[in-house]
Design a protein around this ligand. Structure first.
Ligand SMILES: Cc1cc2nc3c(=O)[nH]c(=O)nc-3n(C[C@H](O)[C@H](O)[C@H](O)COP(=O)(O)OP(=O)(O)OC[C@H]3O[C@@H](n4cnc5c(N)ncnc54)[C@H](O)[C@@H]3O)c2cc1C
Length: 59
């Protein structure tokens, strides 16, 4: 999976739908967000990743 360098470390590269460089693979939480590690952030990103993953299977 593609990564990006951030001031907080290496992170998985995701688009606005939280999809990684590999179609069908979504990421959330600290792996994709080293700058602001928090349970709240991991939770909303996980929810979004789940929603978009489901949408990708419907269209
Ligand atoms: C000491 C400490 C205190 C913190 N306090 C707070 C706080 O008060 N409030 C707050 O909001 N956030 C806090 N955080 C940050 C918060 O814990 C994280 O941002 C959050 O847990 C990230 O969730 P995640 O699901 O991305 O990752 P994680 O919670 O780290 O979950 C990743 C999971 O993947 C598992 N795993 C790793 N590698 C593999 C593998 N190869 N195969 C299978 N499983 C694997 C790990 O065992 C782990 O269970 C704290 C962090 C630390 C370290």
């Amino acid at each position: 999976l593609a990564t990006v360098d951030t001031p907080g470390g290496i992170a998985l590269k995701v688009d606005e739908r939280r999809q990684t460089s590999m179609p069908g693979i979504y990421a959330a939480g600290d792996l994709a967000n080293p700058l602001m590690p928090s349970v709240t952030t991991a939770s909303w990103q996980g929810a979004m990743a789940g929603i978009f993953a489901q949408q990708s299977m419907l269209v």
